[in-house]
Design a protein around this ligand. Structure first.
Ligand code: K7E
Ligand code: CUA
Length: 664
């Protein structure tokens, strides 16, 4: 039998009736891979001993699970990818800002469509069906990942998405007022707040949110948002949230302090030149204008104190539905200080103990390590190196710095293991540099030393390590999120996948173990132990509303299905189970609005059904126990079959129904 025939036969028999494998023999390795032991296989496949070792380190045998789970950004695909580490098997994609037909996300399903609509700009602006998802963040308890929630930020629209890790579905898309973009939203140590920094300043204080770009310095503002997160419901309470107004720089990534830096928020900035571009008007291009200063400003914000200030009615005012502490108040209340940082930095990272704050400017071959203790002392002493154009006091660089480590060209982001080592990505050099932290991890000349370097392929952006930026990193691996893949994959057309590389950091020498092509742009990721994921395998009860995470208002019991007409609205309260829809005939008239309220009465793991209607943008995923709603208008008379889009049973092909639209 030809291989394709064998594979087709195997797929068909296992899907339909289960198969004992008798007919599905795997053909022998083409060049004698079978038999002869490991050495013969290594030889037959042409591996070097190093490659063979790497294969053994990342291989996860059939039926076994990976040790870690990595949540990776899908960039402007608007979703999150889940990979198993070390195998890098793609386990799932979670749609957040963009529709996804497989999971029935905003694909004719009413609740998710409403979520996208509410999460848009409103007032006649379109419902957004895309987002640029950059940074996934796992919720924290006492500074450690707790595996309950995932927050994601949308650079394209200044939104955050909240995903429950109970069912790996999006529960909220929140449009933050006074922002049109962001770059980052991070949880405080007990997930009390999600802290989001705006990226593009806008004149949000002005009538209609408009002011000419010529008034940029006076009227455009940025904000840091403190969004009150309710970890029970996964919602954000706008009335308990607040913002601090910031100068119109581009506020980039941020990190929250802990231990010696507890209560502080650090935000990188760029474009402190306040360049606005205007190449056709004889002005310097954005990237030229924004690179004039040698130093930009690391923002140090006393967010704990800001919570108290925001609670005093006289010290903040409501702007577009959220309390805003003005920059003047932030300065007079000593909520904000700046420290010079190498120009155009990207990431700011916190070493495990909370003392060291690590920043690298892309154009400076050094990593700057600031000391939280020194920063706090400098603020207390009140000795400044002047103020910025808006009156924000600038601390002296030398008063705040612990070390300056020369690492290489284009340093970007730093992650940490649990043994006092830091790993910095270098975009221009295409390397990861391992270097040592100072006290209490390393003393004397063991501290602040570059100890290892590994080449990655190519042009790494972020990198990530299990539990990095928490109180307890797990070490073992670093994953490089490379922007270019060049020759790592076969030619796949002009749009190339990016490349995730697993790097073994368990020994003294780092070693690249594997390449994995990505779907979407993997800006950043977070990695937690797989066992921390305590997701449901079916819903807790039949008739479950996945968005509100409780019993659905329209849950229908088997045997109590009904079709109701009120005016020209026909509501179908039906059930699905293997292998039929009840009802399987729905009769309506041209012009009727038809509401399908389906309840899956399945309780078996994997027994998901679909609901696709011919000719309409509807495809639901009816997971075991779930309710889902779709609404259509029967505009054109005709016969529109509906069918189950998920192979659910031996009689899946028969799981169908008829929508009959009678002419008026
Ligand atoms: Cu470097 Cu948004 Cu952190 Cu991509 S990320 S640019
Ligand atoms: Cu239900 Cu296929």
């Amino acid at each position: 039998m030809k291989l394709t025939t064998v594979l087709l036969a195997a797929a068909a028999c296992s899907a339909l009736i289960g198969c004992n494998g008798e007919n599905a023999k795997v053909p022998a390795q083409p060049s004698g891979g079978g038999g002869g032991g490991l050495d013969a296989i290594i030889q037959a496949r042409g591996f070097t001993p190093d490659e063979a070792e790497a294969a053994l380190k990342v291989f996860v045998p059939p039926g076994r699970h990976d040790e870690f789970l990595m949540f990776t950004s899908g960039g402007h695909r608007g979703s999150v990818m889940l990979y198993g580490l070390p195998s890098m098997r793609l386990l799932k994609e979670i749609p957040v800002f963009s529709p996804d037909a497989w999971q029935g996300w905003a694909q004719g399903e009413v609740e998710s469509a409403e979520m996208l609509e509410k999460g848009s700009f409103g007032e006649g602006m379109p419902t957004l069906t895309w987002g640029d998802l950059h940074h996934p963040q796992i919720s924290l308890t006492a500074g450690k990942y707790d595996g309950e929630w995932l927050a994601v930020s949308d650079k394209s629209a200044g939104r955050v998405g909240i995903v429950s890790l109970k069912d790996l579905k999006t529960k909220l898309i929140f449009k933050t007022p006074n922002t049109v973009s962001d770059h980052h939203a991070i949880f405080t140590d007990d997930s009390e707040y999600l802290v989001q920094s705006a990226y593009f300043p806008v004149p949000f204080n002005e009538p209609n949110g408009y002011a000419p770009i010529e008034s940029y310095k006076e009227k455009y503002k940025s904000v840091a948002s403190f969004l009150k997160f309710d970890r029970k419901s996964g919602t954000i309470g706008l009335s308990e949230s607040f913002q601090i107004e910031l100068p119109p720089y581009f506020q980039d990534m941020s990190i929250l302090g802990r231990g010696p830096s507890a209560g502080l928020l650090f935000i990188n900035s760029l474009n402190t030149e306040m360049s606005t571009g205007g190449v056709m008007e004889g002005k310097p291009a954005m990237e030229v204008g924004a690179s004039q200063h040698e130093m930009d400003y690391l923002h140090v914000i006393d967010w704990r104190k800001a919570v108290t200030v925001a609670a005093e009615p006289s010290k903040s005012k409501a702007v577009n539905g959220i309390r805003v502490i003005s920059l003047a108040t932030a300065i007079s209340e000593k909520l904000i200080h700046f420290i010079p940082e190498s120009k155009s930095p990207h990431g700011v990272d916190l070493a495990p103990g909370g003392e060291y704050v690590v920043v690298s400017g892309k154009l400076d071959p050094h990593v700057s390590v600031y000391s939280a203790t020194k920063i706090k002392n400098a603020i207390a002493k009140g000795v400044f190196d002047g103020k910025d154009a808006f009156g924000v006091p600038i601390l002296k660089y030398d008063d705040c710095i612990s070390a300056h480590v020369e690492t290489g060209l284009g340093p970007l982001h730093t992650v940490f293991d649990g043994d006092g080592n830091a790993y910095t990505s270098h975009f221009l050099d295409s390397t990861i540099i391992k270097w040592t932290l100072g006290e209490p991890y390393n003393a004397g000349d063991k501290a602040w030393k570059v100890v290892d370097k590994v080449a990655v392929h190519y042009n790494i952006g972020h990198l990530q390590a299990p539990g990095s930026n928490t109180t307890s990193p797990y070490g073992r691996y670093v994953v490089a999120l490379n922007k270019w893949s060049v020759d790592r994959f076969p030619p796949l057309g002009p749009l190339h996948p990016q490349n995730l590389q697993v790097v073994d950091i368990s020994g003294p020498k780092m070693k690249v173990l594997s390449d994995t092509p990505t779907i979407g742009e993997p800006h950043n990721s977070q990695i937690m132990p797989m066992e921390m994921l305590q997701a449901w395998t079916t819903y807790p009860e039949i008739g479950w509303d996945a968005v509100r995470m409780k019993r659905s208002a329209f849950a229908t019991e088997q045997g109590k299905e009904n079709v109701k007409r009120v005016g020209n609205v026909v509501t179908v309260n039906g059930t699905v189970t293997r292998s039929h829809y009840t009802p399987d005939i729905v009769r309506v008239k041209q012009g009727d609005k038809v509401v399908f309220n389906w309840t899956s009465v399945e309780s078996a793991r994997d027994a998901t059904h679909g609901f696709g209607i011919h000719g309409f943008n509807v495809n639901l995923s009816l997971d075991p126990g779930a309710t889902e709603r779709a609404e259509i208008t029967a505009v054109k008379p005709g016969v529109y079959p509906y069918y189950c889009t998920e192979f659910c049973s031996a009689l899946h092909m028969e799981m169908t129904g008829w929508l009959l639209v009678e002419p008026k």
